[in-house]
Design a protein. Structure first.
Length: 114
């Protein structure tokens, strides 16, 4: 073989190798771009889920705070009811003491506990 033919074969082989390398690099870049787009979409979905989670958490915290307020109000009302009941019992006992017709041996019909 002539030296020129060897040089041409080597040059053609190098050009083919360079073309293959360039094609492989473009394919890799295309794959990377596709994966970047997919990752971006997944991130957007994650942001939506994160926002929903934050809203749900805020709603749960609000419901919890409302329930605590309601419990506090219920405890206050129960305490007031107990106070009123005690006052009523005292008044019934006092009325029985003052009433000349009251039978001290009969339980008071108005008492809450009897």
């Amino acid at each position: 073989m002539d030296t020129a033919v060897i040089v041409i074969v080597v040059v053609v082989a190098l050009v083919l190798l360079a073309a293959l390398a360039l094609a492989a690099q473009r394919e890799r870049q295309k794959r990377h771009e596709t994966r970047r787009e997919e990752a971006g979409e997944i991130r957007r979905e994650a942001e939506v889920h994160d926002a929903r989670a934050q809203v749900a958490g805020a709603e749960a915290a609000e419901r919890d705070a409302r329930a605590r307020r309601e419990q506090a109000v219920a405890r206050e009302q129960a305490a007031r009811a107990e106070e009123h009941g005690e006052q009523a019992d005292k008044r019934y006992r006092r009325a029985a003491e003052v009433d000349p017709d009251a039978d001290p041996d009969q339980p008071d019909r108005h008492r809450r506990d009897g």
